[in-house]
Design a protein around this ligand. Structure first.
Ligand SMILES: *Cc1c(COP(=O)(O)O)cnc(C)c1O
Length: 386
């Protein structure tokens, strides 16, 4: 019988590590840099922790099973995973990406990857035809959906078809919905990327990143890059993410429920101009999201009346911290224009509609009435002082 996702979050696909005979329920932390060999030419399967480590391997097994992949590799951060991914490409290669991406990814492409001879077309996959941007040297299409921070939903299946028709790799950053709500490999993606710092870890206590693939050939290439560049996740951090993933389903459900209540509040708020959330019926994003995901997640972007009001809210919430990051049990408010998207060129910001009135909310699992009350008091105090 196939395992349910809640079971997989705790045990993965059931592949057992047989090195521990104590019966420990919590997977042990193998805090070791290296491993003894029985004799020349023999290995326990573990040689050196840059290459293999049992705690990291257990985590990779769980994440691969959640995404229905054949292999997952755990990196020291989401950006470390993205950097390793770029090592698949060569000078002269061209990649098509959606323009509305995590700011750190855009910075990596525009500075480091471009310097290494890789070129990019940053397009709006919800409005433009990606196929018309394909050149002779195009090697991949890379998207994030829902997009960051504007929460537009891109049709994964139709992008996968375009990639397949032209023999391109199709890469999806699945950080925002997590495998609990969306499994891009089952919709035609070749590679899934995660910032494990976010929903997978779920507690804002450590960084991690993943590359997951359904292809043996890509897995071998990634394993080679992984052991060579040396950005694998440390044993203790692997353990923290393993522990976090055990509660992924109940965190995703509760934070989505809270997000839906906050969306309803923001939509009824006269001081809010626009609410971006994939779970708003009647929108294009809603229809696509319903076809390819089992939930809408807990990320909300909203626009208020003025920059002054946005700054006031950031300074005056009493419960919700003003902080970068997302996907944890703590609700966080982010100001994309000076935080996550600070290094994104002005033309891209404008193209994506990221203004100084835009706030991003990552909704956690607190009592929803407390969150709504906190946002409301911050807006009220702005009005009282202006
Ligand atoms: C945070 C984030 C990243 C980068 O991950 P780090 O763990 O911060 O390095 C990449 N993609 C998305 C969508 C993110 O939110």
């Amino acid at each position: 019988m196939k395992r349910g996702i809640e079971t997989k979050c705790i045990y993965g696909d059931g592949a057992k590590f047989d090195g521990d005979k104590t019966g420990s329920i919590s997977f042990p932390i193998y805090q070791t840099a290296t491993f003894a060999h029985p004799e020349v030419g023999q290995s326990t399967g573990f040689d050196y922790s840059r290459m293999q480590n049992p705690t990291r391997q257990q985590l990779e097994q769980v994440v691969a099973s959640l995404e229905n992949g054949v292999d997952a590799l755990a990196f020291s951060s989401g950006m470390a995973a993205m950097t390793a991914l770029m090592e698949l490409f060569h000078p002269g290669d061209h990649i098509i990406t959606d323009a509305d991406l995590y700011g750190g990814s855009i910075r990596l492409f525009r500075s480091i990857s471009q310097k290494n001879g890789i070129t990019f077309s940053h397009i709006d996959c919800t409005k433009e035809d990606a196929e018309s941007y394909i050149q002779e040297n195009t090697k991949a299409i890379l998207i994030e959906t829902p997009t960051n921070p504007m929460m537009n939903v891109i049709d994964i299946r139709s992008m996968a078809e375009i990639a397949k028709r032209h023999g391109l790799l199709f890469i999806v950053d699945n950080t925002f919905l997590s495998p609990y709500f969306q499994k891009p490999l089952t919709l035609g993606a070749d590679i899934v990327l995660h910032s494990g710092t976010k929903f997978l870890g779920g507690h804002n206590d450590t960084l991690a990143g993943f590359l997951v693939t359904g292809s043996k050939e890509l897995s071998e290439k990634f394993r080679y890059i992984f052991k060579t560049v040396g950005s694998g996740l440390a044993p203790f951090d692997s353990w923290l993410i393993l522990r976090g993933i055990k509660t992924l389903p109940i965190r995703m459900e509760r934070s989505q429920e809270n997000a839906q209540a906050i969306v309803a509040f923001l939509q009824g708020e006269r001081r809010v101009r626009r609410v971006c959330y994939p779970g708003i019926p009647g929108t294009r994003s809603y229809e696509i999201c319903k076809r390819q995901a089992s939930g809408f997640g807990s990320m909300i972007t909203f626009e208020v009346e003025s920059k002054e009001m946005a700054l006031h809210i950031l300074k005056n919430t009493k419960l919700i911290p003003f902080a970068e990051s997302l996907g944890g049990v703590e609700t966080l408010l982010t100001y994309p224009i000076t935080q996550t998207h600070a290094d994104v060129p002005a033309d891209v910001l404008q193209k994506n509609g990221i203004t100084d009135r835009i706030l991003r909310l990552s909704v956690g699992i607190e009592t929803k009435e407390d969150l709504i009350q906190d946002l409301k008091q911050a807006m009220d105090s702005f009005e009282a002082s202006h």
